[in-house]
Design a protein around this ligand. Structure first.
Ligand code: PXL
Length: 290
């Protein structure tokens, strides 16, 4: 019998302060009517973007018995969605999780969290980049940001990139395995600064683009927010371009509701003010086909 609500295994860290990873993924997917079952990869006092001296507890050694219990229970998921990993070994654990829980063909989403603005996050290193390259091969859909895409491909990070080059990046990442590749925060350059989310779907050979005005702000956790809305939207039955539109529209609304207020950006967008927008469908869509 079909489950009454979709169920997602969410393999991410729990950061206590700063609105990233599970702290944003759980409320977003719950609001979208989806059951979230977290597999915590690490527990941190804060996320690592803009905070120093954070407390970091790596949960690698607990994950296998945690997951072992779920195997005994024969739990099925409609999606397996991984993000920030606490150690390179966790990539193998996530890979086995995908093998063990793929009997009913869940949507496998890997957000290869590694860095932003041209740099790796402080807990990441070249070994993690290599492991992420292996893990993305197992995914149906991946959502690196522009920095992460550059690291995964071994390309130089540049302040702007043209459409043909980014299409080439999308194709190359898809050749590693995932059917759908989405690169976020792609800089457009030009006079009216914009940023885009670009996608390639190997199944139909189509490229998609959703652009929005660039706001000169850096709120950590926005990548997690985008991928959570995108995954939720796909699970609700939306098409890929509509799911991208919903992700971008939600982030734009969240940033706009936060930007005019003065508080430290490292605390993340004021998700609490905009969560209810997720109950609404997309009214005005702005995706382009390339
Ligand atoms: O938003 C990605 C992310 C997830 N988890 C932790 C982070 C970050 C980005 O800074 O530090 C712990």
């Amino acid at each position: 019998m079909k489950r009454a609500v979709n169920r997602v295994a969410a393999i991410h860290d729990l950061s206590g302060f700063g609105r990233a990873s599970l702290s944003v993924i759980i409320p977003i997917l719950s609001t979208m009517g989806i059951q979230v079952c977290p597999v915590p990869t690490a527990v941190l006092s804060t996320h690592t973007s803009g905070y120093k001296n954070y407390c970091f507890v790596d949960l690698t050694d607990y994950m296998e018995s945690y997951i072992g219990h779920w195997k005994e229970l024969n739990i099925e998921f409609d999606s397996i969605y991984s993000g920030f990993l606490g150690s390179a070994r966790q990539a193998d654990i996530v890979s086995s999780f995908i093998d063990d829980f793929s009997g009913n063909k869940p949507l496998i989403v890997v957000d290869p969290v590694l860095g932003d603005n041209g740099r790796l996050y402080s807990t990441m290193d070249e070994k993690m980049v290599q492991k992420m390259r292996t893990l993305i091969a197992k995914a149906d859909l991946i959502t690196p940001n522009y920095t992460e895409a550059a690291f995964l491909l071994g390309e130089d990070y540049k302040d702007s990139i043209n459409e043909e080059e980014i299409k080439n990046w999308l194709l190359k990442l898809s050749e590693v395995g995932p059917k759908i590749v989405i690169i976020t925060s792609v800089p457009n350059g030009g006079l009216h600064k914009k940023t885009s989310v670009m996608a390639y779907n190997r199944e139909d050979g189509r490229f998609w683009k959703v652009s929005c005005i660039y706001i000169p702000a850096h709120y950590p956790g926005v990548g997690d927010t985008f991928t959570a809305v995108l995954a939720g939207s796909l699970l609700q039955g939306d098409s890929l371009p509509i799911a991208m539109d919903r992700g971008v529209q939600f982030i734009t609304a969240a940033i706009r509701s936060s930007y005019g207020l003065s508080y430290p950006q490292r605390e993340g967008v004021l998700l609490e003010k905009v969560l209810s927008l997720l109950k609404m469908p997309v009214f005005i869509s702005s995706y382009e086909i390339l």
